[in-house]
Write a protein that binds this ligand. Structure first.
Ligand SMILES: [Mg+2]
Length: 323
């Protein structure tokens, strides 16, 4: 309310002064609290790997009655969630997943979130979890009975070789898990063993023993298992240059004006990721110094809307389209 006798201008100036004071006070309080929030930052110039890992998934798998030893729907769901995360960030170069985990490799020059460690780990874990829940009905007829959750950690690697070693390590883990779970559930489901008995047989058993057990007692050749079970899934970004034509005329270009556009796809592979040939053919280009970023995934080939998007000056703009 305006003070008696005060001019509207003076009252407004006083109010504004007091508002300004409030804003300054809030900013100071904010600065103090933000100082406590300061989190570590991921080292500059290093490749960033964020790995998400399912929490208490033994129970989750049991409650949702996943097929054993491997559930194709669950593998498909994990892949779909990982693809969605990979598409969301231009700076994710590739992703690798197996069992209840996925790793996302960010370009070494990424500057998103000021490279704050907690932002990377929490955001990727929560985004992955959201997609896992959203896409569940596309893979399972039964409803979700438990809330899935994934933890996340962000790690820096100083060289491409270290990233490659990291991927090889996670893939070795996939091989080990695959062989163990195949043996375990074959002993339980076909061999009539209890879980404890199967554990006792397999505990500290060599890889050769497990292979032989599967082959001689159950006629299963481990090498014949589908590659996705043994090697997990590698998601790689691929660019494609497509030639399109605008549908509508703009003040600057007639309808049918040709333009080119870069589309980005995410392809799935089930190969030995660190193997020389595969790495050279599919991965090394992603890590070259020339490759700074991969564009955000476009929704549809031939989506000409962007070509005639109005610029603030009123002209038609398109990153890869006609000028
Ligand atoms: Mg886990």
């Amino acid at each position: 309310m305006r003070e008696a006798g005060a001019s509207p201008e003076a009252a407004a100036a006083r109010a504004s002064q007091s508002e300004g004071g409030d804003r300054r006070r809030h900013r100071l309080i904010g600065d103090v609290h933000k100082a406590y929030e300061e989190s570590s930052r991921l080292l500059p110039g290093c490749w960033i790997v964020v790995r998400v890992d399912g929490r208490a998934f033994h129970r989750f798998v049991e409650v949702h009655n996943f097929a054993r030893p491997h559930d194709r729907a669950a593998i498909g769901l994990m892949e779909a969630a990982a693809k969605a995360v990979t598409e969301e960030f231009a700076d994710i170069m590739l992703a690798y997943g197996q069992s209840d985990e996925y790793s996302f490799v960010f370009h070494k020059d990424t500057d998103i979130y000021n490279r704050r460690t907690s932002k990377f780990s929490t955001l990727i874990a929560s985004l992955f979890t959201s997609h896992f829940v959203l896409k569940w009905p596309s893979f399972f007829d039964t409803p979700l009975k438990l809330a899935p959750s994934f933890d996340g950690r962000a790690v820096c690697y100083p060289s491409v070789e270290m990233v490659r070693d990291y991927l090889a390590w996670r893939q070795l883990d996939c091989h080990t898990n695959c062989l163990f779970t195949t043996c375990y559930w074959t002993l339980v489901d076909r061999g009539g063993k209890t879980g404890k008995e199967a554990d006792k047989i397999l505990n500290k058993a060599s890889k050769g023993f497990k292979n032989e057990l599967l082959f001689s007692e159950f006629g299963i050749n481990y090498n014949d298992l589908p590659p996705v079970f043994k090697r997990g899934t590698l998601l790689l970004k691929r660019r494609e240059q497509v030639e399109l034509r605008t549908k509508e005329a703009t003040p600057y270009t007639p309808a049918g004006t040709p333009y080119s556009r870069t589309l980005t796809h995410v392809d799935a592979f089930h190969e030995d990721v660190a193997q020389g040939d595969f790495w050279l053919k599919h991965c090394s280009a992603l890590f070259s110094d020339q490759t700074k970023r991969i564009e955000k995934l476009e929704t549809m080939p031939g989506d000409e809307q962007a070509a005639s998007k109005e610029s603030p000056q009123g002209g038609a703009v398109c990153e890869h389209g006609p000028a």
